[in-house]
Design a protein around this ligand. Structure first.
Ligand code: ATP
Ligand code: LTN
Length: 326
């Protein structure tokens, strides 16, 4: 059975881009593959975090993933820092990744431009991400389009390690959806919708009040030519709405454009589709967030399951690299 692995950072609120670009596909994959999903708290500290907030976000994000539909009885759901093999392998991979490769990462350039204190961890972030993936003999990694470059680097590092030290890692493939792979900010549709966006009007968080979700979509930036068609380069706002509508109704953005003669109707239908997607998630989240003890119990089981796979893979990598067994 194929192994699927993916991760999400416990920073800020989960937004529509995270849902349509990544998490939605995790829900499907858990029934079709041996799926492992990780709340990557070690990645979250590459930028300064408040300790109480990190604790709270880690718990809330886990509850949100379960509210969306991840079932800890079906998949493996755990917190990265609970499984020490991640930091153990990360160092071996930092020493198999070149400075030049890390310097070319566009996420590093974007994030380091926006902060005064650029940690060494922000720079080596992709090596930790490669460790996350390679520790589970992963075949497929479902992520949004923004992670494509990190996935390419992971593949290069796996191939290099295998060539230097003998066959050790499975070389993974990225799985990026057709619709929803890059959900853009509703007000600045040339930027991706992001947890760190400065415009609350441009971002739809999954726990936003449903009335305000509708308003944000009705006020989304479009253009003046009035034609409803999917054309990302010249019509970024309209294309973003089509991509969202398509993802919420299981169609391609091109198919979602059929039959619309004006923006008002498109916005109305997109708003309705998003509201109907969010309503059940919000209801389940309200139930799950009442029982943090149960969430912690499920995470402990998830960490034990994850270690059973990660432990032998790290031991294999250490042995191939020439470390004495202890
Ligand atoms: P930040 O804004 O802090 O970079 P983020 O919103 O990108 O965070 P992550 O935890 O880094 O969130 O990403 C979780 C998953 O969501 C990843 O697979 C990522 O590719 C996907 N994702 C994030 N933003 C979008 C987006 N706007 N459209 C589609 N997928 C997205
Ligand atoms: N870098 C990713 C989060 C992430 C991840 C992973 C995704 C960390 N480790 C492993 C897939 C597989 C991000 O910023 N979205």
């Amino acid at each position: 059975m194929a192994r699927v692995f993916s991760g999400i950072q416990p920073t800020g609120e989960v937004h529509l881009g995270n849902l349509l670009g990544a998490i939605r596909n995790w829900i499907v994959d858990q029934h079709e593959a041996d799926s492992v999903y990780c709340v990557v708290d070690l990645h979250a500290i590459t930028q300064q975090q408040d300790p109480a907030e990190l604790r709270n976000s880690t718990l809330r994000l886990t509850q949100m993933l379960m509210a969306i539909g991840l079932d800890p009885d079906v998949c493996t759901l755990f917190v990265q820092s609970h499984v020490h093999e991640h930091t153990g392998l990360s160092w071996l991979l930092e020493c198999t990744t070149s400075f030049g490769e890390l310097r070319r990462m566009t996420q590093f350039k974007d994030k380091s431009d926006k902060t005064d204190f650029v940690s060494a961890g922000l720079f080596t972030y992709p090596s930790l991400m490669a460790a996350d993936i390679l520790l589970y003999d992963t075949n497929r990694v479902p992520v949004g389009d923004d992670q494509r470059q990190h996935l390419e680097l992971t593949r290069d590092v796996a191939v290099r390690f295998n060539a230097r030290y003998g066959n050790t890692f499975v070389v993974p493939e990225a799985a990026i959806p057709r619709a929803g792979a890059r959900v853009m900010d509703l007000q600045t549709p040339t930027n991706k919708m992001s947890k760190s966006s400065l415009s609350p009007q441009g971002t739809i968080n999954l726990l936003d009040d449903l009335k305000s979700v509708e308003k944000k979509i009705m006020r989304a930036m479009t253009d003046t030519d009035g034609d409803v068609r999917y054309d990302v380069a010249s019509k970024p706002g309209v294309s973003n709405l089509l991509s969202i509508l398509g993802a919420c109704t299981d169609r391609t953005p091109e198919d979602a454009a059929e039959g619309y003669a004006q923006y008002g109707a498109l916005k109305k239908d997109t708003a309705a589709a998003v509201v109907e997607t969010l309503r059940p998630i919000q209801a389940r989240f309200a139930e799950l967030s009442n029982d943090p003890g149960e969430t912690a119990r499920l995470l402990a089981i998830g960490a034990t399951k994850a270690r059973e796979v990660a432990g032998p893979v790290l031991a294999r990598a250490r042995e191939h690299m020439g470390f004495l067994t202890s």
